[in-house]
Ligand binder design. Structure first.
Ligand SMILES: NC(=O)c1ccc[n+]([C@@H]2O[C@H](COP(=O)([O-])OP(=O)(O)OC[C@H]3O[C@@H](n4cnc5c(N)ncnc54)[C@H](OP(=O)(O)O)[C@@H]3O)[C@@H](O)[C@H]2O)c1
Length: 262
């Protein structure tokens, strides 16, 4: 197993990405501390983990609230003695209608930028402060392809993802000398997730396509001619969190199956 006894804290663990990563980390032997803004979806993931023989504690933590994140991390240190992996998979809904940037108000534009940068900065910074003591740890974040490619009608979503990717590199430059790696994952939309069904559904409707036709059109731009799955994304997360990836930091893994060039 690749993560035996690693202590992993996951933010947004009740979501599609957070839940898939939690299940994959547990299968590889990690001890999980799962958090979310609402407890019910996180508890569902923890039950799955427990019924597969894994270990998962749950807590309600707003990943935008510095004190709540700090208090929770301290409780993990008190129980487990350390934090090895911090994985932030928090996501806020994409815009539900196609508002062009020129018609968007500043609050709507700024919301993803302030939300993602605040949450990803806070969880990374507070984990790093604990990891430094052991000179070991991995901080992981999730971004999306609009960080690198022009994507219409997502408001500040693209700039937010680009900012998080820059944060990944800057944190790594400061923390890697102290034994802490910082890695981003940049999946393409995974059609089995609720977030993508909703946002791709809007695009499909606006393009006069069915949901299936729209997926096929996206898949045709990949080298594999198919879109990736949550399980594939989670398997990469496991490898990146493991000691096997000790040679990788300060980068964002491109999971677009070739549709986005580096
Ligand atoms: N799904 C994809 O195919 C895909 C592809 C590329 C990138 N991504 C990125 O991956 C991330 C997660 O996506 P997802 O599909 O997993 O979304 P999701 O299913 O909507 O999950 C997001 C989770 O974040 C939680 N959350 C939101 N604000 C929070 C806060 N302040 N504190 C704690 N938890 C909070 C939500 O909890 P509540 O529901 O309780 O608010 C929810 O459980 C996003 O950044 C997204 O852009 C996803």
């Amino acid at each position: 197993m690749m993560l035996t006894d690693k202590v992993a804290v996951i933010y947004g663990a009740g979501g599609a990405v957070g839940g898939a990563v939690a299940r994959a980390f547990a299968r590889q032997g990690a001890k999980l501390y799962l958090t979310g803004r609402h407890l019910a979806p996180v508890e569902t993931v923890a039950k799955d983990v427990a019924s597969a023989g894994g270990s998962a504690a749950v807590a309600e933590v707003d990943a935008l609230d510095e004190q709540a994140v700090d208090k929770h991390l301290q409780s993990v240190i008190d129980k487990a003695g350390r934090v090895d992996i911090s994985f932030n998979a928090v996501g806020i809904p994409n815009p539900k209608s196609r508002v062009p940037l020129v018609e968007m108000d500043i609050e709507q534009f700024s919301l993803p930028i302030t939300t993602y940068t605040r949450s990803y900065f806070l969880t990374a910074r507070l984990a790093a402060r604990r990891m430094v003591a052991n000179r070991s740890g991995v901080i992981m974040m999730v971004t999306a392809t609009p960080s690198r490619t022009g994507t219409p009608f997502i408001g500040g979503g693209g700039p937010a993802m680009a900012a998080v990717e820059a944060l990944t590199r800057s944190l790594s430059a400061e923390l890697a000398p102290q034994g802490i790696r910082v890695i981003g994952l940049r999946p393409q939309g995974m059609p089995e997730t609720g977030r993508i069904k909703e946002s791709f559904g809007l695009y499909a409707e606006a393009s006069g396509m069915t949901w299936e036709q729209f997926q096929e059109s996206l898949a045709s731009r990949t080298h594999t001619r198919r879109l990736s799955t949550l399980e594939e994304m989670a398997n990469v997360a496991v490898f990146m969190a493991s000691d096997q990836a000790s040679g990788i930091t300060g980068t964002v893994v491109n999971l677009s199956m070739g549709s986005l060039d580096d």
